[in-house]
Design a protein around this ligand. Structure first.
Ligand code: FES
Length: 109
């Protein structure tokens, strides 16, 4: 099996930043990675169905196309939470790939 490309980005939770390195598609999605490496409380409660919005993150930097790829019910779930900013996403809808390289991911309260 060929190892995927290395992806590097930063996750910030309550002002604490952590450098993350992962291989492309090492995790099912960004929510699973954050739960495994940062373990914020109550994060990703619906298990990645795009319904609970507890996995909401704000993304700075990285590839701008990352911010235009909303999936499935992401738009309506974020809308219900009043999150209309283009750089707010559900981390369960974000794949671990090169679009994340160099990004800073802020865990939204
Ligand atoms: S885990 Fe529930 S919306 Fe992402």
């Amino acid at each position: 099996m060929i190892a995927g490309e290395k992806i590097g980005f930063t996750v910030v939770e309550y002002g604490n930043s952590r450098k993350i390195e992962a291989c492309e598609n090492e995790y099912r999605n960004l929510m699973v990675l954050i739960n495994d490496q940062v373990y914020p409380e109550g994060f990703g409660e619906c298990g990645g169905q795009g319904r609970c919005a507890t996995c909401m993150v704000r993304i700075e930097g990285g590839d701008v196309s990352l911010l235009s790829e909303r999936h499935r019910n992401e738009e309506s779930t974020l809308g219900k939470k009043g999150a209309c900013s283009a750089n707010v996403r559900l981390s369960c809808q974000i794949l671990i790939n090169s679009l994340l390289n160099g990004a800073t991911v802020y865990i939204e309260e």
